[in-house]
Design a protein around this ligand. Structure first.
Ligand code: GTP
Length: 733
């Protein structure tokens, strides 16, 4: 029968292929440590040359074995699959594998401490297309689980790598409200204008009219904003930090709280530089202007001139056919301030300012500060919803359970509706001005949001670091372009390897000899999560220019978690292992501890570099630093006779600190040290003393009697302290 013959042929072919595969496997075990997948790559480690020397024609084996395997994959039977499964899951290989979603075939193999072929074999007879699977192909969660399960190993999701695919947990503003739920709200106003044109005076006056209206003698609190109620019942919220700097700082942070700008122009001064800047800021933010022509009480006030000047900046007042209301005021006398407020309200009505007072609160932090008794306090403008005691808020990277709310008069309030300025107490940390305030449903949700934002910031920082480092590396590369020309277009791994070899050739030393070398060498092993980060670190190491202090030697580098091999290398070379965004399992950590190998793991590159600098510094001998204890000036010189000897004595006055007889001294003349040593005597009048303090006179003699004192010399008392030296290497960030 045809099918039977064909089946027999297939079985025969399969047997042959299996035999071939076994031979190939035996070749592997005969000391040939390279695997099929490793052969595919040109350079698989820091020592690619070794592989090249050992396998003169690796492609031949690769092609044969590759072809054999793909046939074998097609013809494999359930029986063989079962036996292979049992082989894969032999109890010997039971271990915990730290994996992460999206890891590559190679990364999984490394994590399992297996050959890449092991992964291919484990995935045979599954729906995954093995032929298209490369060492750097990313594996889905299901396949990672499958391989680890088949291997009889225990899967442990790596925290670090899992983080990389963390779900966005941020809180955001709600979609636009249903127009039916909107109610009118009062305008939020910022006062802007040129220096000295009267912004602060105007704000003060407006605030005071309010206090007087509310409670005579009430004490206003500066909370960043205040509310003014007009006799008509209308309300205006004034932000009370005048000037466009504050306005644009808020805008720069994405906060747009201002509805109207009151542009203050002094009638005696006219349009000035910051008047123009203020107009520009208002225009950029698309916020309409009400013009307050101030200082109209002054004799030389010329409001018409102001209006005319403004025409040049597209601020056209109503008198000139435009739509900008101009009010002549005097902030000093308070004249016409109500007219200004009414003009603002009129403009607000035209703007039809509305907000939704229901649902979770949305707002903006206007100011934040720490109060000694009450902790972090913020002032906010509510923009949506109604804030109540007990609400849970997030702002920036802080959250609050609202404990207390108060207005600008310090009065406790129970509710704050849209456009209302409100002081809020209950923050865990201090948010920043301009931070968006959002109400969330629970404390746990608030914590989650804050945690996410911190994580996101850290990620952002890492990216920035990498970018900065990349820029630095490029700069450096450019500076050394000529030196690098000989490396041509080689891959960075090849380049680094050549450099490594060049270095090695300069001093060929065996590991044992390395041990005997002086300690002024820091051998390092660099491991990173991806090629890019390793390259960035190597790029920084390229800038190392302090070999005269301590040699920095790159022993090995690569991508992936810290392995036993790294630890062994570090032990042999007395080196330190630096890992960036990689893990070192407990087993590896223990092994390293036993072998006295330092493993330093970092998530931020500049911290890793700082650590490297510290490690380099620790290799340097300590330096002695002089610490001055006291300074005295010599006011008189004389000598005393001791036996037959004449001993010169200096009459001094201590100018600073104190002189301590037991410490070290130096004599300074015209800025030069002419003697260093100790005192043989220190006297106050006729008494021997051990210490002379500031302002006191003393007589002293030195252990060197050939020195002749001169009036005007200086005596310095000091002590020497050992301080740790610092590497002079400055990677530039
Ligand atoms: N005569 C008169 N003087 C005024 C008026 N408004 C303000 N001044 C005076 O002008 C000076 C400056 O006033 P400020 O309110 O400090 O001006 P500012 O615009 O806030 O100034 P900066 O804070 O420096 O930007 C002060 O001496 C005020 O007393 C006014 O309407 N009439």
């Amino acid at each position: 029968m045809d099918w039977r013959r064909s089946m027999n042929q297939k079985m025969l072919k399969l047997e042959n292929l299996l035999r071939f595969h076994t031979v190939c496997r035996q070749l592997h075990s005969l000391g040939q440590r390279r695997t099929l997948a490793q052969w595919r790559r040109v350079f698989s480690s820091a020592y690619p040359g070794w592989a090249a020397q050992q396998y003169t024609q690796p492609w031949q084996t690769d092609m044969l074995l590759g072809a054999a395997l793909s046939q074998y994959r097609l013809l494999v039977t359930k029986k063989e699959e079962r036996s292979r499964k049992s082989q894969l899951s032999s109890p010997k290989s039971k271990k915990e594998v730290e994996a992460w979603i999206g890891m590559t075939v190679e990364e999984l193999a490394t994590a399992m401490e297996k050959d890449i072929d092991y992964i291919y074999e484990a995935l045979m007879n599954t729906s995954i297309d093995i032929d298209s699977l490369e060492a750097d192909s990313h594996l889905d969660e299901v396949w990672i689980k499958e391989v680890i399960k088949k291997a009889g190993m225990k899967l442990k999701w790596s925290k670090l790598k899992q983080d990389k695919v963390r779900e966005n947990k941020d809180a955001v503003r709600r979609p636009q409200a249903d127009p039916a739920s909107l109610i009118p709200r009062s305008p939020v106003v910022t006062i802007m204008g040129h220096v000295d044109h009267g912004k602060t005076t105007l704000l003060d006056k407006l605030r005071k009219t309010q206090v007087a209206a509310m409670e005579a003698g009430g004490i206003t609190q500066h909370i960043g904003a205040f509310l003014v109620s007009l006799p008509s019942g209308e309300k205006i919220t004034f932000l009370d930090t005048p000037g466009h700097a504050a306005f644009s700082a808020m805008r720069a942070r994405g906060a747009q709280v201002t509805d109207i700008v009151i542009l203050v122009v002094a009638a005696d001064d006219g349009v000035m530089k910051q008047t123009v800047e203020s107009i520009q800021h208002a225009k950029d933010a698309q916020v309409p202007i009400v013009l307050a022509i101030n200082k109209c009480d002054k004799a030389d006030a010329d409001p018409e001139k102001v209006k005319k000047e403004l025409l040049a900046y597209d601020v056209v007042c109503e008198d000139y056919g435009g739509d900008v209301q101009a009010v002549h005021v005097s902030a000093l006398t308070g004249d016409n301030l109500m007219a200004l407020a009414e003009a603002t309200v009129t403009l607000a009505e035209m703007l039809e300012l509305k907000a939704d007072p229901t649902g979770p609160v949305e707002g903006t932090v206007i100011e934040s500060f720490t109060d000694k008794g009450r902790g972090p306090v913020t002032t906010a403008i509510i923009q949506r919803g109604t804030l109540r005691k007990g609400s849970i808020l997030v702002a920036g990277k802080s959250w609050a359970k609202v404990r207390l709310m108060f207005d600008e008069n310090g009065k406790t309030i129970n509710e704050a509706c849209p456009s209302m300025p409100v002081g809020i107490i209950g923050w865990r940390d201090l948010p920043s001005a301009g931070d968006e305030i959002l109400e969330v449903e629970s404390e746990s949700r608030a914590r989650e949001v804050v945690e996410w934002r911190k994580y996101e910031q850290e990620e952002e920082k890492n990216k920035e670091d990498l970018k900065m480092i990349e820029e630095k590396r490029k700069e450096h590369q450019e500076a050394h372009r000529k030196a690098r020309e000989k490396y041509g277009t080689l891959h960075w791994k090849q380049r680094s390897f050549i450099k490594y070899q060049e270095k090695k050739e300069q001093k060929i030393l065996r590991p044992k000899e390395k041990l005997e070398r002086d300690s002024n060498i820091l051998p390092v092993i660099i491991k990173g999560d991806v090629d890019g980060s390793v390259e960035a670190i190597l790029g920084i190491m390229d800038t190392y220019d302090a070999s005269h202090e301590c040699e920095l030697e790159l022993v090995h580098f690569g991508v992936g978690d810290i392995s036993e091999n790294d630890v062994n290398l570090a032990e042999t070379f007395h080196g330190v292992i630096y890992g960036f965004n990689v893990n070192a399992s407990n087993v590896i950590q223990q092994s390293a501890a036993k072998k006295g190998v330092k493993i330093k793991l970092h998530k931020i590159i500049y911290r890793l570099v700082e650590d490297l600098q510290e490690e380099l510094s620790s290799k340097l001998p300590c330096i002695m630093e002089e610490h001055t204890l006291g300074e005295a000036s010599i006011l008189a010189t004389f000598s005393i006779t001791e036996g037959k000897k004449k001993v010169p004595v200096a009459g001094c006055r201590v100018q600073k600190g104190q002189l301590e007889k037991q410490k070290k001294f130096k004599l300074i003349r015209n800025g030069h040290v002419i003697w260093k040593g100790s005192l043989t005597s220190l006297k106050h009048h006729k008494d021997n003393v051990s210490v002379i303090k500031t302002g006191m006179d003393c007589g002293l003699s030195l252990d060197e009697d050939k020195i002749e004192f001169q009036v005007g010399d200086e005596i310095i008392c000091y002590e020497e302290k050992e301080v740790l030296a610092k590497t002079s290497w400055d990677p530039g960030f």
